[in-house]
Design a protein around this ligand. Structure first.
Ligand code: NAD
Length: 271
């Protein structure tokens, strides 16, 4: 039986790479996105690779969209095996200059979008006594760099939600994975809201320089789900830093301070 996969934000970047990774395995892949033109292109790519693609309009800011898709997929496929809560946007700014409108926007999509995805599909997973959630957080939620408070909080929230559901749902046969990549190249900067001049270009350059690709992150996700792993930490250097944070917090604080000074200078924050 081919796997049945639903991915939010599947029309671009990581969501697309995950869709194509599962398509290569012959999976049935539904992508939900607010960008229907790009969604249709990815649907075709999925079909070309041997999967069965299906693109739907989905705004993760609306619980009703996710509930409707869940019902539709249950009717169409007889169930769903994997939900990837991936849709996300970026934000940056100092605490005093970031507006509450931008805080609400980023939390609504990045954090509540994942909450809604989990809420909408959990009843089906419980009925099936099987299913897996992959929640896309970020290294930004584990290593909290300055000038990124709203994005960091949204991603730390996704990590907290995922750790909670990992315990709450595992005895119902429901697996949870939490993905925490550092920078890799996608179209994420296009959505970035910030009043720091030039930050999109600077972040764009860092993404371009990354030796980790969206395909590698998608591969790590595929393997984690197969092996039943919770954490997906695709970047080796940041993975080591996270271990330092857990095992030697004072050393981590010193290293983070040095890194933060460089980061603020580069990003143009008023340090
Ligand atoms: N690229 C990176 O460096 C990086 C690093 C860590 C985590 N992430 C996370 O990876 C995830 C995917 O982002 P990406 O880097 O592929 O960016 P991307 O911009 O290429 O893709 C994001 C997709 O989400 C969709 N989307 C945005 N708002 C939506 C909404 N309200 N409802 C449904 N779809 C919506 C967009 O249309 C787009 O197709 C995000 O959660 C992001 O925070 C990215």
């Amino acid at each position: 039986m081919s796997q049945r996969v639903f991915i939010t934000g599947g029309a671009s970047g990581l969501g697309r790479a995950i869709a194509l990774r599962y398509a290569r395995e012959g999976a049935r892949v539904c992508i939900g996105d607010i960008n229907p033109e790009q969604g249709a292109n990815v649907e075709k790519e999925i079909n070309d690779l041997g999967g069965t693609g299906y693109s739907v309009n989905c705004d993760v800011r609306r619980l009703t969209d996710l509930e409707k898709i869940c019902k539709e997929l249950e009717q169409k496929w007889g169930g769903v095996d994997l939900v990837v809560n991936n849709a996300g946007v970026a934000s940056a700014g100092t605490i005093e200059d970031s507006t509450l409108t931008d805080w609400e926007w980023v939390l609504d999509i990045n954090l509540l979008g994942v909450v809604r995805g989990c809420k909408a599909f959990t009843p089906l997973f419980k009925k099936q006594q099987a299913g897996a959630f992959v929640n896309v957080a970020s290294m930004a939620g584990l290593m909290l760099a300055p000038l990124m408070s709203s994005y960091n909080v949204s991603k730390a929230g996704v990590i907290a939600l995922s750790e909670t559901l990992h315990q709450e749902l595992r005895d119902f046969g429901i697996h949870t994975s939490c993905v925490c990549p550092a920078f890799f190249q996608t179209n994420l900067v296009a959505s970035m809201r910030s009043d720091i001049a030039g930050i999109q270009q600077n972040v764009g350059k860092m993404m371009k320089r990354s030796n980790v690709t969206a395909d590698k992150v998608a591969d790590d996700i595929y393997r984690a789900v197969e092996e039943g792993n919770f954490w997906v930490l695709p970047h080796a250097k940041e993975r080591r830093m996270w271990l330092v944070k857990r095992h030697a917090p004072q050393v981590f604080d010193w290293l983070m301070h040095q890194e933060s000074k460089r980061w603020m200078k580069k990003m143009g924050g008023r340090a």
